[in-house]
Write a protein that binds this ligand. Structure first.
Ligand code: GTP
Ligand code: MG
Length: 429
């Protein structure tokens, strides 16, 4: 959008809060700059402040806010972006004092998603997240600086009007939700077909810009039949290049067909509304047999990025799934010793997606994890133990399920440890 932006990061040294380290703060500032760049704007100055407590009216100290106003005028800045989440009234107060538009990091991320969303589903998901973000901030919208200039609200509009807006937004949310449900119904149908095809499904997940889509493209083009066309997924050096879930077919080293799923990247402090909105797209992960957790090992913030992805895996109830840690971008790694920190992780590879040979290393690991631990079995579970069937179906895609007179017959490939739990129900035919 080519705006000149002042980036503001406040570090609250509250007694109750674990204080961020200097490195954490630096990473936060760097990431905000990247987010600003991702929407096409330019950071003209970074302002930071350490504070004991959040200022109720301005979040930052009033003196510092006046300093920002000065910078705004001197540098002809168009926008001030806070790295911290602001309330509606803080935005309003800051805009009145600074006399420029003020947004927070959450709002910025929502704007990036809005700009990038391509499919109908992604567009609606972002729209819902934006409306939910707006709802508690309506009073701000009615009197805020930029919005007033933009002509959305008029001064002195009363509570009645806000209530009216609230109702309008709530009904918009309801109507978009039902449209999304329709789209999701179709998605479920497509997924059912995919799951029924019995091909292994492998999902790539991880922090934004780690290289998921690049690896996906390498995987799908490996061992490709001559003349077959594979539609590559979009790759770019920017945050949130991928917003939708993409499914493509590929082949393993042994020639077996698999489905690869590329997903939206994560970021720290991802707005909760956005996570909620995108959950249905991310649900695809639930139906996969294996997760490839892609990590940019050359990034200065590797551990935090791994932690954030692991939290998302948990939130999606997928922590039981097999994971391969794919440490990517080794070609950019300045210190090889960094790898040593991760040698104890169970399934891992160190690769560079830029190096064609490395894809074979990854494919070998995929086959190892997919095939070494599986135990093929047939279980007959009586109907009074239906909860066991539900539990199995939560984590597995069975090869076959039949409802017989004396119980559910499930033909399935179980992990060894799960086989130990269910082997009492095994039947030999
Ligand atoms: N040097 C180097 N660059 C890489 C490697 N893998 C990916 N990249 C680059 O990193 C950038 C991001 O790659 P993507 O594949 O779009 O990353 P992503 O994880 O899909 O990102 P999002 O879709 O934004 O979540 C691109 O410019 C890639 O060319 C690698 O192994 N080495
Ligand atoms: Mg991507």
């Amino acid at each position: 959008m080519n705006r000149k932006v002042i980036a503001v990061t406040v570090n609250i040294e509250d007694d109750n809060k674990i204080v961020d380290s200097k490195k954490d703060i630096e990473n936060k500032i760097f990431e905000l700059e990247n987010l600003i760049e991702a929407i096409g704007d330019e950071t003209v100055i970074n302002i930071t402040q350490n504070k004991d407590k959040i200022d109720k009216s301005y979040y930052i100290g009033k003196g510092k806010a006046l300093e920002i106003k000065d910078y705004c005028q001197k540098l002809s800045a168009d926008l001030v972006v806070f790295n911290n989440e602001l309330t509606g009234s803080q935005v309003k107060n800051l805009e009145q004092l600074i006399e420029a538009e003020v947004i927070d990091r959450t709002n910025l991320i929502l704007d990036i998603f809005n700009q990038r969303a391509k499919t109908k589903e992604a567009k609606l998901q972002v729209k819902i997240a934006k409306l939910k973000y707006t709802l508690p901030r309506l009073s701000m919208l009615r009197s805020g600086f930029s919005r007033q200039q933009g002509g959305i609200g008029t001064k002195g509009v009363g509570e009645q009007q806000i209530e009216l807006d609230r109702r309008t937004i709530s009904s918009q949310i309801a109507s978009i939700s039902s449209r999304l449900k329709e789209i999701q119904k179709n998605r479920n149908e497509t997924r059912k077909k995919r799951v029924n095809s019995k091909n292994n499904i492998i999902s790539l997940i991880g922090y934004t810009n780690a290289g998921k889509s690049t690896i996906m493209n390498k995987l799908i083009s490996y061992n490709k039949e001559e003349n077959s066309i594979t539609k590559e997924v979009f790759v770019k050096d920017m945050l949130f290049a991928t917003l939708d879930t993409y499914v493509r077919e590929g082949k393993l080293l042994n020639g077996q067909n698999v489905m690869y799923v590329d997903t939206v990247g994560f970021v720290s402090d991802i707005p909760h509304n956005l996570v909620e909105s995108f959950k249905s797209t991310l649900e695809e992960i639930k139906y996969s047999n294996l997760l490839l957790h892609v990590i940019d090992i050359s990034n200065t913030n590797v551990d935090k990025q791994i932690e954030i992805t692991n939290e998302m895996i948990k939130e999606l109830n997928c922590e039981q799934k097999d994971v391969i840690y794919v440490f990517n971008k080794t070609d950019k790694l300045l210190d090889e010793n960094i790898k040593l920190q991760y040698v104890n992780l169970k399934n891992k590879v160190f690769i560079s997606a830029k190096n064609d040979k490395d894809i074979v290393i990854l494919l070998k690991e995929i086959e190892k994890v997919l095939f070494s631990k599986a135990k093929n079995t047939k279980l007959l579970i009586p109907y009074d133990k239906q909860q066991l069937v539900n539990k199995i179906l939560e984590h597995y895609i069975p090869k076959n399920v039949q409802y017989l007179d004396n119980g559910s017959m499930i033909e399935i490939s179980l992990k060894k440890e799960d086989y130990e739990i269910y082997k009492g129900y095994e039947i030999n035919e």
